[in-house]
Every structure is written in C-alpha cells, then in structure tokens.
Write a protein that binds this ligand. Structure first.
Ligand code: NAP
Length: 488
C-alpha cells in the first residue's frame, strides 16, 4: 500500500499538534503543513501578547515537532487564494483544516461602527506585527473602554495601560514600540456583563495584571453578587474561586495605596448598550446597562444606564473564524460544520477526506493545551477512515513534489522549514543588535513585519532595508483597510 498524502492547513498549535499525532498514528503517511504566513506558530506568534514570554515558550515544544523534518512546512501559501481546496484534494488523500480564528465576533449595538470602536483581534494583530495589518494604530484616547472579561480583554487592557518602556524587552516590532511610546492612555475601563463567578479571566493572568509598574487595578466592592448558578460554578471550579479571590484582593485595596498614574478599572454587571458618538461620529463615551443575576448565572438588564466618558472602545468579546473558499461554513457559530472533526457537507453527511481541528472546528474557546485533545479525536477518525480504505486524492498527480511543482509554476514564493530557521535566526540577531536596554535586559528577538521581507529572508535572498514596510493592500482585511496610509 502506498503512503497516505495528507495536507494540514494552518501551522498554529492546532495544525502542528494534529500533524504530530498523525505522524505517530501508525499510518504510513506524508504530511505537508500549509501556512498562509511566511512564519509558523499561528496565534502563538500573532496572538499571544509580546509581554507573555512564558506562554510564547510553547513555541519550544512546537519547534521540536517541526524540527524533526518528517512534517514539511509550506509557508506563504494561502488556501483559497494561491491554491484552491479542489486542487489540494487533487494532490492529497486527506485535508485537515486548522485555520483557527483571526477576526472579532460581531457586536451589534448602536455606534459599534464608529471609527474609534476597534476589534480587539485587530489590535492584537497590530501589536504582534501581523504582516497583513496596517502598520499604524491611532492611540489617541486618554480613557478607553474594553468590552469583555476574558484573557484577550486582559491582554489589551495591560498593553494599553502599561508604560511603553516596560514592553521594550519583548519582541514587539519597531513601529509598534514607537507608537506605544506616544500612547496617552491613563485609564482603561474593562466591562463584564455578568458577575465575578462568570468572569473568564484565568487566575495567573489576572494576578499578573496587578504587578505592572505604576498601574493600579480597581474593582468595586458592590460588584460581588452571586446567585445559585454562581455558587455552583464556584463550588465546582477551583480556578474560578482563585479568580474571585484575586478580584476581591483588588477590591479590598486601601485608597491610600492606589497612587499609580495609570489605572485599570474592572466593572462587572455592566452590559454594553451603545457606543456614544459626537456630531462628527467620533467616540465620546460608552453607555452600559446594569444587569442582575437571574438564578442560573445568566443576567437580565435592570434598565439602569450609565455613561462612561471614553474616547475609544475595544471589543474583546471573542474571536471568530473566517470561512474558507470552497468549504462549508456555519456562519452563526463561525466554524466548519463537523462531527468529531469529520467535515459535514450541506446534506449533513461527512465529506470524504475532509477534517477540521482547533478553533475552526470547535470555536474560539480554551487554552492552547485543549487543542491537543481536539486533534486527537480528529486524527482517530481520520485513521479509522484511512483503515476503511475511504481516503483517496481525486487525481493521480499526488503528493508533495506535484504540489511544489504547481506552486512554482504559479511563481508563488512559498517558504519552508529551513527558510523559517533562517528568518528565526535573522530576527534573533535583530534583537541582539539592539544591545542592552536601560534596565539591563536584552531583547530576545525583533519581529520582521513585512511579508515580502519575511519571504525574501526565508528564501535566502538579500534582506531588504525596510523590514516593516507597508502591507499588500489586497491582503489587508476590509474592516481595517481604512487605516492604510492614503495612496498618492
Ligand atoms: P473569552 O474567554 O470567551 O471571553 C469573552 C468575553 O466576552 C466574556 O467575558 C464574555 O462574556 C464577553 N462577551 C461575549 N459577548 C459579549 C457581548 N455581546 N457583550 C458583552 N460581553 C460579551 O474569549 P477571549 O478573551 O477572546 O479568549 C479566547 C480564549 O483564548 C480563552 O480560552 C482565553 O483564555 C485564551 N487566551 C489566553 C490568554 C493567556 O494569556 N493565557 C490570552 C488570550 C487568550 P460572557 O461570559 O457573559 O459571554
């Protein structure tokens, strides 16, 4: 029997874990791991906050998997643009989609389309140096609202409230560092629509918030209310009890200890009702409605509204996946419809040879580790289908070499694992070249942002002078295109 050719689409943790589990499944298999960016690691590189080096260490484990060489990375290739799903199926017996989530869940309240009402995922992409996002960010607000009490809301609040020099030890690109130095923000107001027992922060990240230099975290004592649903949630989850303890710690601080020049205010039981704008359409405030618990941990509005003077609003109410051209998509849940990772067609039956794993499969919830169990189930089902003789490419032009020939014939500047090692070394050198910072620390790396520069360095070409550059206009998502500099 000849080896099975499998394409995995998306080289974030989900795709890498799935590839690793598949490679150890006992099947005779060749795995090509496609990635639309010239660099692997998905949200670990472009989602984890730059001042979270501990979480970035997951890259060490992912690196070890790819460094073995049996999983072949094909970077800078976008499925649905450079190569279609149908073409992939001509070359591979099975395709696993692990494209994650890259955009913001929609918020349908009046004023949400104001120019200073930003998607949290877009802000994260900007500060993490995503090649397809504009290089500037309008940091002009002194008071900011962040909607959503999950870890993305925490990341955004921390980056906005922190003094820019405290972010300099990190890998943030130069353009981001320069803009953060001009950030006038002193007060970040974070809003949760439910109570302390329903907050989605994790304890470590919430405690860390209080350790930022010259930043106070404030919580109102009046925001600690519980119903039967809350009591049950706290009883069953040590993690949630830890979160509540950390919130209580912030609420119990003595006023004379709160002397920082920057503040993060966490407001609970406040549901966003309207983004307030002036006559010119610019954000001047946020209106929230006080909520109360109804018994099972859900809330209802009380009809009591508060207006908060803020000049920018960041939505951190969850990520959403984008559809892939040629694949079914559930536009309500923002996932590829599937059963146990087997993709379902319109008739509800499995599409032979098509699988999904990670956030595109189950939605944008759970820490990076939960992606492993997800991948395990998807691969178990793929192996069962392979053993049942169900998996076949749609033509004889199968496998890696034929795919590379197709990409080359289209002049697509694809990158490889060896190419990533070149870019990785280049970025580390940039960090080293920076020398010692005033605080005695050094920068581990400085990210190259420009897609062409990333591809050129990866392909062993002379590195261009401008490593930041401007994004390709046709790759910038429509929702943020207005932030591109005006064309002559
Ligand atoms: P999340 O944990 O699901 O939090 C989303 C928040 O938005 C919740 O508080 C939710 O409230 C709120 N929300 C949703 N719709 C809303 C609406 N219409 N109005 C007001 N609030 C609304 O999502 P996330 O913060 O995007 O994080 C995604 C995953 O990545 C999580 O598992 C997270 O832990 C992980 N992550 C981890 C880190 C880290 O440093 N460890 C960093 C970033 C992300 P309800 O609960 O009431 O729906």
């Amino acid at each position: 029997m000849t080896a099975l050719n499998v394409a995995v689409i998306g080289a974030g943790p989900a795709g890498i874990y799935a590839s690793d589990i598949l490679s150890k499944s006992g099947l005779d298999v060749n795995i090509d791991l496609f990635e639309r960016l010239p660099a692997p690691y998905g949200l670990v590189r472009y989602g984890v906050a730059p001042d979270h080096p501990r979480i970035k260490q997951i890259i060490v484990a992912l690196y070890k998997i790819l460094q073995r060489g049996d999983i072949r990375l094909i970077g800078n290739v976008e499925v649905g643009r450079d190569v279609s799903v149908a073409e992939l199926h001509e070359h591979y017996d099975a395709i696993i989609f692990s494209t994650g989530a890259d955009t913001d869940a929609p918020l349908n309240i009046p004023g949400a389309d104001a120019p200073e009402c930003y998607g949290g995922a877009d802000f994260v992409s900007w500060y993490d140096g995503h090649p397809d996002h504009p290089r500037t960010w309008p940091l002009e607000a002194k008071e900011v609202a962040v909607l959503g009490v999950g870890n993305v809301g925490l990341d955004i609040s921390r980056v906005l409230a922190k003094h820019a020099e405290d972010l300099m030890v990190t890998e943030i690109p130069e353009n981001v560092a320069e803009i953060l130095k001009t950030n006038p923000c002193t007060d970040v107001h974070v809003f949760g629509r439910r109570g302390p027992a329903q907050v989605k922060f994790t304890p470590l990240e919430l405690r860390e918030l209080g350790k930022q230099r010259d930043v106070d975290v404030l919580v109102d004592e009046a925001d600690f209310e519980y119903d039967a649903g809350s009591e049950a949630a706290l009883k069953s989850s040590n993690q949630q009890r830890q979160v509540v303890k950390a919130l209580e710690g912030y609420a119990m601080q003595e006023p004379e200890d709160l002397t920082a020049s920057h503040r993060i205010h966490i407001h609970l039981f406040q549901s966003p009702a309207e983004v307030l704008t002036d006559d010119a359409g610019h954000v001047v405030g946020l209106r929230t409605e006080r909520t109360r618990l109804t018994g099972d941990g859900t809330v209802e509005g009380t009809g009591v509204f508060t207006d908060w003077p803020v000049q920018a609003v960041y939505r951190a109410i969850g990520y959403a996946s984008s559809p892939i051209e040629g694949m079914p998509f559930d536009s309500k849940r923002h996932v590829i419809p599937n059963e146990g990772g087997r993709v379902l067609g319109e008739d509800g039956k499995p599409l032979t040879g098509m699988y999904a794993t990670g956030w595109i499969r189950r939605g944008p919830i759970g820490l990076i580790g939960s992606t492993k169990s997800d991948a395990q189930e998807t691969i178990t089902n793929l192996v069962a289908d392979a053993n049942a003789g169900l998996l076949h490419a749609t033509t004889d032009a199968v496998g890696h070499d034929a795919m590379i020939a197709l990409l080359s014939s289209r002049d697509i500047p694809f990158t490889t694992w060896e190419g990533w090692e070149l870019l990785d070394a280049y970025e580390r050198q940039l960090g080293e070249d920076f020398g010692e910072l005033p605080n005695g620390k050094t920068r581990e790396r400085v990210k190259v942002v420009n897609r062409h520069a990333m591809a050129d360095i990866s392909r062993g070409k002379q590195a261009p002078q401008d490593l930041i550059g401007q994004p390709d206009t046709d790759r910038v998502p429509e929702r943020v295109a207005h932030r591109l500099p005006a064309q002559d």
